[in-house]
Design a protein around this ligand. Structure first.
Ligand code: HEM
Length: 122
């Protein structure tokens, strides 16, 4: 059976480096930074690592209901979601992920948009 994206790129050790680079970018984004100011970054990075691992076919999982529950009170709009997806794509490029793998991961993120975005407008 084909290896998952998660396995091909070095498992949790590598994924946690990707996630941490991604959060450096997010915290420097004027659009996204305000959301992360009062959050325990260590905890968030831990959770995001599991989620990203899941997107790549690794062992951890988050249900759509959980994603909806944690983001519902955050009032995230389309533009903020798009910025997050774009910064994540840039991060994967920085880590030399193949274009086809980036596309696969991105489409996994996009299918979850409705669980994250709760505010209309841009
Ligand atoms: C691209 C799609 C996204 C995915 C896959 C995602 C995934 C996650 C996950 C797995 C958690 C951790 C849940 C937990 O603590 O158990 C989380 C928390 C969080 N996310 Fe997202 N997220 C996304 C988009 C966004 C966006 C666009 C923002 C802000 C603009 C955002 C802001 C946050 C914040 C602030 C928390 C922490 C909530 C808290 O601990 O109270 N997320 N997200």
């Amino acid at each position: 059976m084909a290896q998952s994206i998660f396995e091909r790129y070095g498992g949790f050790a590598r994924v946690s480096k990707v996630v941490s680079a991604f959060y450096d970018k997010a915290s420097q984004s004027a659009l996204l930074a305000p959301y992360f100011e009062n959050i325990d970054m260590r905890r968030l990075i831990d959770h995001q690592t599991k989620f990203v691992a899941f997107l790549m076919g690794g062992p951890a999982s988050f249900s759509n209901e959980e994603l909806e529950r944690v983001h519902s009170r955050l009032n995230i709009n389309d533009r903020e979601f798009a910025e997050m997806v774009e910064l994540f794509k840039e991060t994967l490029e920085d880590f030399d992920f193949e274009a086809s793998d980036i596309a696969a991961i991105q489409s996994e993120l996009l299918t979850r948009k409705r669980y994250i975005v709760t505010r209309s407008g841009t």
